[in-house]
Ligand binder design. Structure first.
Ligand SMILES: Cc1cc2nc3c(=O)[nH]c(=O)nc-3n(C[C@H](O)[C@H](O)[C@H](O)COP(=O)(O)OP(=O)(O)OC[C@H]3O[C@@H](n4cnc5c(N)ncnc54)[C@H](O)[C@@H]3O)c2cc1C
Length: 488
């Protein structure tokens, strides 16, 4: 774990903050609160609303300016929930959801907490609807999510705005923007106050309970470098630049136990031309199952057709992160071009693989060898992108287990990809009540955590599409309920 002093704030954090009247603490810093929530993304919003539903007066601290509120949640589209009430064909039974979670990566970190998350997910749709969220049909594409995931109307930005509207309607919740939680004031195992950076000053905010919902440390390249070395310099961060792990580091300093693997993260293949931060969903590339993927040496390095894309897309960032210079190239032909969402910035196209390789300054001979070897290994089958079909390779290492078609129909297309880090898993350990657990097994009296900052209790290495919001919603409610109870 990284001591706070070593953390490097991302460059994009130098955004202007609102200035409070000179010499005066903001009104929200002049009164003690039942519950202070740190972070205004999904987990923080759910926690704030739940705590307020339970009667608590809540202050939510959001470090970004108002127009960038909502953290990584702004970029989301759908949430994975058990649905056992519908017809068998449209439902998503508990056993299936649990088995899906167990089959990704190394499986759940803490089986008890992970199982609780999956069980509780069934009540999420009703809760979201009660708090203003509306639904839309599942988006088409390669993610096969229509049965397992619910899509909220308008995507993540609309979700965030809906919850903020609900928050703004309630006299019992106050939101402070441009307000960065800097450190905690502990008295033994009890946190008495949060010190908040705001408008160039520092303000002590007293609270009966604290909920940490400030995301992971994915935007802190310096911290990532500790586990990934210089490779981290080539990572692109898909979400907010504000999730730099500052609160997480402060909790560790105060004695919080770590949960989850240091290198555990959700990272996907994104367009190498994407911006360093906040590129969001549009830079994601979904071509991998339909073609072949090579590193800069022209070598394939992982089975592109191992399983359905929602169960595999989140490990491709890690795979590319392990390749030379953290770059990879997808090649496909015109047979499959219409089967996935087209890359936002377009792909390179040419009449031959050699021409494409030259455009990326790759060794054309090496890539042609790889393509020829792949084509020779393809065992023809009945191609079906909607099922785990029988189009596979034989005798090839690594194999392509499904959707293997020869690359033989020009024009050919290619695109360069980088690891796009979505969020890190390593966070603070919590108990079943969302209370933060310490290194010695004790618990802080009144400090709770929800969302990405504690996702390492649930996720080890793999990921299921839509499960980030599931974790934040289940644990936001849990933290909100128990923080309000503690405050009473
Ligand atoms: C491009 C993209 C697409 C995604 N799509 C999906 C999807 O469709 N479905 C899904 O389930 N998940 C998706 N995810 C993952 C999902 O965004 C997260 O799991 C979830 O939104 C995390 O919620 P959170 O509240 O924990 O963190 P966030 O939403 O990131 O909120 C954390 C907040 O804390 C604030 N903060 C940080 N430090 C401080 C501090 N010191 N003081 C005060 N505030 C602070 C930040 O400004 C931020 O607003 C996606 C992520 C990305 C990046």
């Amino acid at each position: 774990m990284a001591p706070a002093a070593e953390l490097e704030p991302p460059a994009a954090l130098s955004l202007p903050a609102q200035q409070p009247p000179a010499g005066q603490a903001p009104a929200w810093a002049q009164t003690p609160w039942d519950v202070v929530v740190i972070g205004g993304g999904n987990a923080g919003l759910v926690a704030a609303l739940t705590a307020n539903d339970s009667g608590a007066r809540v202050l939510m601290l959001e470090r970004s300016p108002r127009q960038l509120r909502g953290g990584n949640t702004r970029h989301t589209r759908d949430i994975r929930c058990v649905r056992s009430d519908g017809a068998a064909a449209s439902g998503y039974p508990l056993d299936e959801a649990w088995s899906d979670l167990c089959r990704v990566g190394d499986g759940p970190s803490n089986e008890q907490l992970a199982r609780f998350t999956v069980c509780e997910s069934e009540s999420i749709p009703a809760w979201m609807a009660e708090h203003g969220v509306r639904w839309q049909p599942a988006l088409a594409g390669t993610l096969h999510l229509s049965r397992t995931n619910l899509f909220f109307l308008g995507g993540g930005k609309a979700l965030v705005n809906t919850y903020y509207r609900e928050v703004d309607r309630r006299p019992g919740i106050t939101v402070a923007y441009d307000a960065k939680a800097e450190d905690f004031e502990f008295d033994g195992m009890t946190c008495r106050a949060v010190n908040v950076g705001y408008g160039g000053g520092r303000h002590r905010v007293a609270a009966s309970a604290i909920i940490c919902a400030s995301g992971g440390f994915e935007a802190n390249i310096g911290w990532l470098r500790k586990y990934w070395g210089d490779a981290a310099d080539n990572y692109l961060v898909r979400g907010t630049p504000y999730n730099d792990g500052h609160v997480l580091a402060r909790l560790y300093q105060a004695g919080a136990a770590s949960a989850g693997q240091e290198r555990g993260f959700h990272a996907i293949a994104i367009d190498a031309r994407a911006p360093r931060f906040d590129g969001g969903i549009a830079t994601r590339l979904d071509v991998i199952p339909f073609g072949i993927t090579v590193n800069k040496l022209g070598q394939r390095f992982y089975d592109e057709g191992e399983d359905f894309w929602p169960k595999r897309y989140a490990m491709w960032g890690g795979q590319i992160a392990r390749q030379p210079d953290q770059v990879a190239f997808a090649f496909w032909d015109s047979k499959v071009s219409a089967l996935f969402i087209p890359p936002m910035y377009g792909a390179s196209s040419a009449g031959s693989i050699s021409e494409l390789a030259a455009g990326f300054e790759l060794d054309a001979a090496a890539i042609n060898r790889t393509v020829a070897g792949f084509n020779d290994a393809v065992i023809p089958g009945k191609f079906d992108p909607g099922s785990l079909d029988d189009c596979r390779t034989g005798g090839l290492v690594p194999p392509k287990t499904h959707w293997a078609l020869r690359l033989d129909t020009p024009p050919y297309h290619a695109i360069a990809m980088r690891p796009g880090i979505t969020f890190t898993y390593m966070g603070v350990a919590v108990d079943a009540g969302a209370r933060v657990v310490c290194d010695d097994g004790s618990r802080f009296e009144n400090v709770f955590a929800a969302g990405e900052i504690m996702s390492g209790n649930i996720l080890s290495t793999g990921y299921l599409a839509g499960f980030g919001l599931t974790i934040g919603t289940v644990w936001g409610r849990q933290a909100g309920t128990n923080a309000a109870r503690h405050a009473r």
